[in-house]
Every structure is written in structure tokens, then in C-alpha cells.
Design a protein around this ligand. Sequence first.
Ligand code: SAH
Ligand code: MG
Length: 195
Amino acid sequence: MVRVLKEMEQYAKENHIPIMMKDGIEFLEKYIKENHVKKILELGTAIGYSAIRMASIDKNIKIVTIERDKNRYEEALKNIKKVKLENQIEVIFMDIMDYYTEEEFDLIFIDAAKSQYIKFFEKFESNLIIGGTVISDNLNFHGYTKMLERIESKNLRQMVGKIRNYIAYLEDKKNFETTFLELGDGIGISVKRGE
Ligand code: SAH
Ligand code: MG
């Protein structure tokens, strides 16, 4: 297991695949343990790194994870097989916006296209149990979110603007209580309140 994870870290580095940063993933693992999370929906599988780390915490954890890139999807399947977690992790090869489910989850981990975070949140918030959590990764967007006004590239400015909108959206959302952590690349923890 440790060897496969190390290989995956190396592969991600060589191929510029943005897997979760060390302190970010460690926080996520701790959160899952402490809150006895058992059903997880992950948006953005990449090569399966975070899914494998989350599933390894406990045999009773089940993860549905979605990826639209064919190569990454296939790489994820291979890796999950190597560590024998096929019975805990279901990888779906699809665009997140095309995926529908009636299943309920304790945790939704949003780690896909940053420009679509609000859409992702709205699409799946009803699949989250009361007291469940949405965890959003990359809210600092490599430090750019804090320096929007000084960014020269128009595309990058737009992207960062969207992340800022998402942060404002979370802050305003009445039925969720959000905390922001300066961990990894910036993480949002949004807990769903009762009615
Ligand atoms: N959670 C992973 C990293 C995910 S990187 C880890 O920490 O190990 C983000 C991934 O989301 C990329 O592989 C990208 O292809 C995928 N992605 C982005 N937008 C998507 C969408 N709309 N539907 C499906 N996958 C998407
Ligand atoms: Mg990420």
C-alpha cells in the first residue's frame, strides 16, 4: 500500500496531476475518522489517490468517485485494483454534471473543475444527509485567490473570480455552516444544518 501510494505521488508529479497536498489529505483522513464518515461522493478522481487514502481508513467506507478524463479514469482503476479496494471504491467515467444519483452521502468531496464549484454544490447538496459535510479543495488556487487584483492573465483572473464567488456563496448559504482552513491549497468545510 505505502509503495503504491508513493508511486502514485511520483506519477502525479511527473504528469502534472493535481492530487491533494499532504496536509490537506491528512486533514481529510482525520475528519473521516473523527466523524465516522462511511459514504463518500468524490467529484474529481484523477488517478484515485485521494479515494484510495480515504477508503483505506476503514473497511466499511464506500466511495463513489467521478472522473471524465479517460486516461486518468483508467489509471485510477489500475491503482485501485493494485491495492485491492475495488469493493469499496466505484469509479464512474462521466462528466459530473451528467451524473445523477438518489444515494445519500455523509461526505461530498469537491475537487474537480474550480469554475463549476457552485454548480456541483447545488447538484448534490440534496444527496447529503443532515449533519453531513461538503469539503471543497483548492480554495486558495495556489495562492492566487488572495491576489485577484494583481493577476495579469484574463483567464486566470476569471477563474480566481469564480473561486471567490464560491467562497462568498458558501459564506451566505443559510442551511450550511462553513469554516475555511488554510491547509493544503485551502479547504472549505461546510456542514449541513437541520431544518
Ligand atoms: N481528488 C484527486 C485529484 C483530482 S484532480 C486526488 O486528490 O487524488 C481533478 C480531477 O477532476 C481531474 O482529473 C479532472 O479531469 C477532473 N474533473 C474536472 N472537472 C470534471 C467534471 N466536470 N467531470 C468529471 N471530472 C472532472
Ligand atoms: Mg485539489
